[in-house]
Design a protein around this ligand. Structure first.
Ligand code: ZN
Ligand code: FE
Ligand code: FE
Ligand code: FE
Length: 188
């Protein structure tokens, strides 16, 4: 590609007015601000999960599924505390900002309950919804760890890595329960 073409390409990409979103007055200008905004998002999400997980556990028939969700409920409360610690380290008030993604995932989880008979099929649905949630959290904490490292916030990166491992562990456990038990019974 010729140099002149390259310049034109960049220019036209930046000129498509219909796709360029005007930033809000309080829009983040530095990675640190985006980092804090992302922490508020996951803080809201984890708190929403603390409220939502007992209902998921109550609707599970498989004892191993119910106990794994209850266990993750305890872990999730610790994750909220860990985020409180992180806000403390950043000398920033711990506050949540609605996470539209988690709100949507939880809403979808509720629909799955309505759309399935209690038993193995509902359990398979609960696992599907829970794994979407865990994957969202894995993506979020992966990004947060990377941001923390770039910002030189190594103690915070360590705390976030701990949570990231817990989310991965929860996801693996759900996989095992689905593949070794729930899905097989649900297919019968
Ligand atoms: Zn979120
Ligand atoms: Fe979590
Ligand atoms: Fe979000
Ligand atoms: Fe989780």
């Amino acid at each position: 590609m010729k140099n002149s073409e390259k310049t034109n390409d960049t220019k036209s990409a930046n000129n498509s007015k219909e796709t360029i979103v005007q930033p809000a007055k309080d829009a983040a200008t530095k990675l640190r601000e985006l980092f804090i905004d992302s922490l508020k998002d996951i803080y809201w999400a984890e708190n929403a999960l603390v409220k939502a997980l007992p209902k998921m556990a109550a609707n599970a028939t498989s004892a191993s599924l119910a106990s794994s969700i209850k266990e993750h409920h305890v872990v999730t409360k610790h994750q909220v505390t860990r985020l409180d610690q992180i806000f403390d380290l950043l000398k920033h008030k711990a506050e949540g900002k609605k996470c539209e993604a988690m709100a949507g995932l939880l809403k979808e989880g509720d629909s799955i309950l309505e759309e399935t008979e209690p038993g193995a099929v509902r359990d398979a649905g609960i696992i599907a919804a829970s794994q979407k949630i865990e994957h969202y959290e894995i993506a979020t904490y992966g990004t947060l760890v990377a941001f923390a490292k770039t910002l030189g916030e190594n103690d915070i990166a360590k705390l976030l890595t701990q949570t990231l491992s817990e989310e991965k562990e929860a996801d693996c456990l759900l996989n095992e329960i689905a593949l070794n038990a729930v899905n097989i019974v649900a297919a019968e």
